[in-house]
Design a protein around this ligand. Structure first.
Ligand SMILES: [Zn+2]
Length: 140
């Protein structure tokens, strides 16, 4: 998918737009993970988090913070989950391969699970240590 076929490039449905400035906009998702799901979207087409210029990444984060407060007040969720897209388009994880910051209100018994259920074992602790070393090596 390129900019010409991307539904977020040139998005202009003001009925679902809740915020707009010179570099980004926010909409109520028409394909929500949970009800009242809001997306913060850069106007310029980026496919991954790591492609965002630093200044834009900071800006989107601050807009998401402001919108999360408004979402809390608008729909009174029990919690909010924030998700970010990064490199999700190449394997079909994403319906629209245009970077977006997800603000997902959570409600008791909404049945949307992020499974934190892996218990610590010696084996997975060893795997964690090996993985941590791999990340630290890449940061050097
Ligand atoms: Zn786009």
């Amino acid at each position: 998918m390129n900019k010409k076929t991307c539904s977020f490039c040139g998005f202009d449905d003001k009925a679902v737009t809740v915020y707009e400035d010179e570099v980004c906009f926010a909409i109520v998702s028409e394909n929500p993970i949970n009800k009242h799901h809001v997306l913060v979207i850069p106007k310029k087409h980026y496919e991954s988090f790591i492609e965002l210029p630093d200044k834009l990444a900071v800006h989107i984060f601050l807009v998401a913070k402001k919108l999360s407060k408004a979402v809390r007040e608008a729909c009174n969720p029990d919690a909010i989950t924030h998700l970010f897209d990064d490199d999700v388009s190449k394997s079909g994880y994403n319906m629209v391969p245009h970077y977006k910051f997800h603000i997902i209100p959570r409600f008791k018994k909404d049945m949307h699970m992020i499974d934190w259920g892996q218990l610590r074992t010696d084996q997975n602790y060893d795997d964690c240590c090996k993985y941590a070393k791999g990340i630290k090596d890449k940061l050097r």
